[in-house]
Design a protein around this ligand. Structure first.
Ligand code: NDP
Length: 453
């Protein structure tokens, strides 16, 4: 069987050169699936895995726009429609200068498993652009979004493909994208999620990924008869996921001591309390400032600028109980993972997608800590997007309490599915295997039912 896995990985690398993040995401999943393919040989003859690795469709397009000085700018837009076996393609749009085909394919691939785990009928997709919203005026962001949607609208729809936000795409961008879709198609429909509350959005959608990641962490802690009460928590990022992860940690009695952005991180020994978190939210969401400004306001905290030449991130070297990586992919490498373990961390819940590299994941699993991979731990965001789609279809709005209760229930069931599946396949406590196998089997069975398409 080892050679079958090697064959698949060699093939993926040959066919998709220069896409290291995609290779990494496939490798992590394929390693978990060896045991499933052993037990269910028909999955091999149907070439289910080979089909899942190949996107159903990849769209790549030019996004020209005019900046405030009148100069023409050109960006590249993408949408990866990865798998629609269990529902319309669903997954976020990322606007960040690092965006390329390989990163979006890794995200789309992960999304297929994650969406399957949510128990909701959603296929997997992802998209975005190398456009950088940082430092752009609202008008520039609007013109970019309008140009992006002028092409994307042909390919999406409430029953086909329903994008959402991700890095660099929040409420402002979803608004401009939705406005242009509506104008071009002359229809008001739930084609995007993460919409404003007055025009089809769901309560709790902004909070969902962060809240969900902490609900998942609480479930993991519960397997060891523990809670987050009084626990010291390292959080990275200061965007949507990091903010609401921190808020829910506070709700459950934990103490958050770090937050970051791409420029550096702050360490606040006294803890980031509700007032300080409100400052961060205003800084990031309204004033669009840098996390370094935190120490101007709270001089007791320490700011450390990012050192691009360093082989590790010092944020992960502080003593703590729990870690919530919530910024971006590969932000925890092997050395960071070793530092986390040495600092006493016994629980990691990934708000970001694939924030830990393969070496780091191996260390967490070998150490036997509670390690919740992103495709399970951060699935609350897309799950609540699924709830937004249901509300749009029924043309009604659920209350905050109703949506939060459904989110909480979904996170509990994802946690149980991971635990039970890991047990069934002989790797108890291994949430990576649990998530990959449970997510895979539902999509694989649907693909077999639907024939070779
Ligand atoms: P935001 O754009 O709101 O925030 C991203 C945060 O991460 C910012 O603090 C940003 O800093 C930091 N960051 C981004 N890129 C880098 C980088 N290359 N190096 C260091 N820091 C970086 O995005 P989200 O909070 O929505 O997304 C964060 C993560 O969560 C991503 O991995 C995303 O895929 C994942 N996720 C998000 C979901 C959602 O519902 N939004 C759902 C599931 C997963 P700066 O401002 O300096 O760029």
């Amino acid at each position: 069987m080892g050679s079958f896995v090697d064959e698949i990985l060699n093939d993926v690398k040959a066919k998709n050169p220069a896409e290291p993040e995609f290779h990494q995401a496939v490798e992590e999943v394929v390693e978990s699936l060896e045991i499933v393919l052993d037990r269910r040989p028909e999955l091999r003859s149907y070439k289910v895995l080979e089909r899942m690795i190949e996107p159903e469709r990849v769209l790549m397009f030019r996004v020209p726009w005019v900046d405030d000085s009148g100069a023409v700018q050109v960006n590249r837009g993408f949408r990866i429609e990865m798998n629609s076996a269990i529902g319309p393609y669903k997954g976020g749009l990322r606007f960040h200068p690092s965006v390329n085909l390989g990163i979006l394919k890794f995200l789309a691939f992960e999304q297929v498993f994650k969406n399957s785990l949510t128990t909701l009928p959603m296929g997997g997709g992802k998209g975005g652009s190398d456009f950088d919203p940082k430092g752009k005026s609202d008008n520039e962001v609007m013109r970019f979004c309008q140009s992006f949607m002028s092409e994307l609208h042909r390919h999406i729809g409430p029953n086909t493909d329903v994008p959402a936000g991700d890095i660099g795409v929040g409420g402002r961008e979803i608004g401009y994208l939705f406005g242009q879709y509506k104008r071009l198609r002359n229809e008001f429909t739930g084609v995007l999620t993460g919409k404003g509350l007055d025009w089809g959005g769901s309560l709790i959608r902004p909070e969902a990924t962060g809240y969900g990641s902490v609900y998942f962490a609480a479930e993991m802690a519960g397997t060891r008869d523990d809670t987050l009460e009084g626990k010291i928590c390292l959080v990275s990022g200061s965007g949507n996921v990091a903010q609401f992860t921190s808020e829910k940690i506070l709700d459950l009695g934990g103490k958050v001591v770090t937050m970051s952005d791409s420029g550096g991180y702050i360490y606040d020994d006294e803890g980031i309390d509700r007032d300080k978190l409100a400052f961060v939210m205003d800084l990031k969401n309204n004033r669009r400032g840098r996390i370094s400004e935190y120490v101007d306001k709270y001089p007791g905290a320490v700011y450390t600028a990012t050192d691009r030449d360093s082989d590790h991130n010092p944020l992960w070297a502080h003593k703590a109980d729990c870690a919530f990586p919530s910024a971006t992919q590969n932000e925890i490498n092997g050395k960071d993972a070793a530092n986390l373990l040495a600092g006493g961390v016994w629980l990691v819940s990934e708000g970001a997608n694939m924030p830990t590299n393969l070496e780091g994941v191996e260390q967490f699993i070998d150490a036997g800590i509670l390690y919740g991979p992103g495709k399970a731990a951060n699935a609350g965001g897309v799950a609540t997007s699924g709830l937004e789609m249901s509300q749009n279809s029924m043309r009604l709005n659920w209350s905050r309490e109703e949506v939060d209760a459904k989110l909480h229930g979904i996170m509990k069931s994802i946690h149980s599915a991971c635990v039970e599946t890991a047990d069934q396949f002989g790797t108890p406590g291994n949430y990576v295997n649990g998530a990959n196998i449970a997510g895979f089997l539902k999509v694989a069975d649907a693909m077999i039912d639907q024939g070779v398409v």
